[in-house]
Design a protein around this ligand. Sequence first.
Ligand code: ADP
Ligand code: MG
Length: 468
Amino acid sequence: AWERVRRRLRAELGEDVFSSWFGRLELAGIVEGVAYLTVPTRFLKSWLEAHYAERLRVNCIAELPAPNGVLLSVRPVSREAAAPRVEAALRARPVAAASTIAEPGKPAGANPAQPCENDPVDACGTALDKRMSFQSFVVGKSNQLAFAAAERIAGAPAGQSPYNPLYLHAGVGLGKTHLLQAIAQEARRQGKRVAYFTADRFMYGFVAALKSQTALAFKEKLRGIDLLIVDDVQFIQGKSIQQEFGHTINALLDAGKQIVVAGDRLAGELEALDERIRSRLGGGLVVEVGELDEALRVKILASRMEALQGAHPNFQVSPDVVAYVARVVTTNGRDLDGAANRLLAHATLSGQLVTLETAEAAIRDLVRTREPRRVKIEDIQKLVATRYNVSRADILSERRTAAVVKPRQIAMYLSKALTPRSLPEIGRRFGGRDHTTVLHAVRKIEKAISEDRSLHEEVDLLKRMLQE
Ligand code: ADP
Ligand code: MG
């Protein structure tokens, strides 16, 4: 059946496109009607998601027993070797590998992320980025607690964890991944056995274990480690995968192993996860990483600039440009990275010094006057109901009259656009609907907006009202 999917894609897109983008796409397995597909690089993953998501989905649904769509993830560097390497890694305590330590002479940001290919533990987890170390982490009021907890956990002898589990939560770009990777690298340097997973790599590992029918539950494979780190836990989806995740967490905690998890919201608000896991995650040390204040932003940006200058000696930026950028880019570390890269691109392309004016132009679209407010699904439902003269209960109900269907679909669309909730979560919040229904609504409204100017304006207005 997978061959048929490939044939269809090849026929639809032509040999060239097919082999450039789909040649290395593989089916890892199908669980609960979701096809888990893998590609070898992060770049391929984002490219396929940005340009071919719908085509992939449609073809997989047509040919595979996968009515619930597809999920793409990046597979480990060497897939064939992965399984035996995992076992080997978990048996042998890896010696502190110099390759996982940030080299002092090479400051963060100087070179692109490199997977630590020589490190066997990565075969079962996610590659680490050497730039994300404790040394390169700038500490300020909003993150000092998280930093201190992370450092203590990384430094504590195996089996004597000071806080367990540690749950870090924060909005995007505030340093969660940086801290988790720093913990992983420091702990590993001290000879601890560390498994670091992003949610999608965890799901891949689970599906691959199922497929290889080694029948070894994931938690068995992980039994030999000292420290399990899971990033972006809010993306773990699929009932049996969540169950497995829960078993893994419970088994490791019961065995006294250290667990560190990061998510984009409080553990109790991880609707997709089992109640017991939520309470276990929420029952340890819970630390929020707060927004970056201006002083912190200046320091982060300055250190980023310094790193870039290490690789581009001609790239000069005056302190007042750094101060200006840090003042106006208020959102998060990711946007500060983006700003630094744009300044560099600008300087290299124009061959000119970066002035305040050119800086302003280069980063204009990263500047937001105010953080948009966190929008609640309930508020969306209420506002849309009022606007269209129906009740919120109508929106949640099964009624399918046009007078109710349209506002319902608009409310679902707005929920997807304005909140970080996943499609299944939104479905649940709309009277227990299926995520495919939500997806259908989102697509439908997107299309309608692109064709109907007045609807576009109307939906924009609703958006602004919700964000103010
Ligand atoms: P998150 O995982 O919370 O979305 P990341 O850890 O990926 O955020 O951070 C985004 C970018 O900002 C990364 O390049 C990271 O190194 C940088 N960053 C965030 N906080 C800090 C900090 N306190 N010191 C240095 N860099 C930071
Ligand atoms: Mg992250």
